[in-house]
Design a protein around this ligand. Structure first.
Ligand code: DNO
Ligand code: MN
Length: 359
């Protein structure tokens, strides 16, 4: 297994590769070409430059998070053809650079959605939080104002103020695009790229929608055990797989995470794991917590145990952490709490491994 951290690149991340390297057990990072807009083809030289930078710090570039999907592919517009071709070029170049894991998501318009990027907890730490009561009545126009106000100097991914017109236009384009249609569009995309993935052995790992239900009236399709089964059935290739993000999938409390991990239709397709915990205040209102089981609502031991039992040997990373010890970093992506998450996972894993009587 490769234990990694997400790294946003020197230009966009205050966390240094050298510090990541100091976390016990971490072998690499997942990163991305953050300046290349969704839909454009990635150049081999840019991928190699990123890879060299990571390797110079003694780490591996274990995968890409994310190669984002152009909205026209998600909506199913005729213009998707050119964006799919570009995606295939990106995959081909990643394959040539010896990168074999790609995380992506199929969320309409926005990545994960939160109502607060810096909610203060009793112990003085800051976390990302979500309140459905705020989201359910808010019009997208108003969301822009909110995001600017609550952003703690950062912007929720997808809500950049310069995207305002584009986003309002996208809401129009999504009208009438049902969940069924979006699933068909995902199949169309997977069918087109799988031959390239087979050729270069690139594992595609779709990230669950976060929160795991529809927001702003936009249908979301990666939300439950059933939807993961449906996605697995869209294309037989083993390279059609998942990012098992515990915090995102688990935001819907109906999702039983250890059960999903053990599901025979899903388990072999888990290529990437995001390991994190959240704490519910009441239905639809949650905040992210430290990784420890007793700080949140998930039994992290049972999650690790399920991964051990299925023989998980892919890539894992801690996900959003709290902002602690006065650190100033991108919300969710500070060094300290994610490092604690790794240390905790290492402890769980060693204990599970050593108590396995069959070994
Ligand atoms: C949330 C995070 C996400 C994720 C992207 C994947 O749980 O892990 O930002 O990286 O949605 O495309
Ligand atoms: Mn995640």
């Amino acid at each position: 297994m490769d234990i990694t951290l997400r790294w946003f690149g020197k230009k966009h991340d205050s966390v240094k590769l050298e510090y990541i390297k100091q976390i016990p057990g971490v072998t690499g990072v997942v990163s991305s070409l953050h300046d290349v807009p969704a839909g454009e083809a990635w150049k081999l030289e840019d991928i190699l430059a990123l890879k060299n930078e990571v390797e110079a710090a003694g780490l591996k570039l274990v995968g890409i998070e994310s190669v984002n999907i152009h909205e026209d592919i998600k909506i199913g517009l005729p213009t998707r053809e050119k964006y799919i071709e570009n995606y295939k070029i990106s995959l081909e170049n990643l394959g040539k650079a010896d990168v074999h894991l790609v995380c992506y998501n199929f969320m309409p318009i926005f990545d994960w959605t939160r109502t607060d990027l810096a909610k203060e907890l009793e112990d003085g730490s800051y976390v990302l939080a979500y309140d459905e009561n705020i989201i359910k009545d808010i019009k997208p126009e108003k969301m822009f104002e909110r995001v600017e106000k609550e952003s703690a100097g950062f912007i929720l991914p997808g809500w950049e103020p310069n995207r305002r017109d584009e986003i309002m236009d996208l809401f129009e384009k999504y009208k009438g695009v049902t969940a069924e249609k979006r699933m068909e569009n995902l199949k169309y995309f997977l069918d087109a790229i799988m031959p390239v993935c087979e050729k270069y052995q690139i594992k595609m790992a779709i990230h669950p929608d976060d929160p795991a239900w529809s927001v702003f009236g936009l249908p979301r399709i990666v939300t439950s055990e059933k939807s993961l089964e449906e996605i697995a059935a869209l294309n037989d290739s083993i390279y059609n797989g998942f990012t098992l993000c515990t915090g995102s999938l688990g935001s819907n409390l109906k999702n039983n995470l250890p059960e999903i991990i053990r599901n025979p239709k899903i388990k072999d397709r888990i290529h990437f794991v995001h390991f994190r915990n959240i704490k519910y205040e009441c239905d639809g209102v949650f905040h992210e917590s430290s990784h420890l089981s007793s700080d949140g609502d998930f039994d992290m031991y049972e999650i690790a145990k399920a991964l051990y039992d299925i023989g998980f040997d892919g890539v894992l990373r801690p996900d959003h952490g709290r902002m602690i010890w006065g650190e100033e970093a991108r919300p969710g992506y500070g060094l300290y709490d994610r490092a604690l998450g790794v240390a905790y996972f290492n402890g769980l894993w060693e204990a599970i491994r050593k108590s396995d009587k069959s070994k």
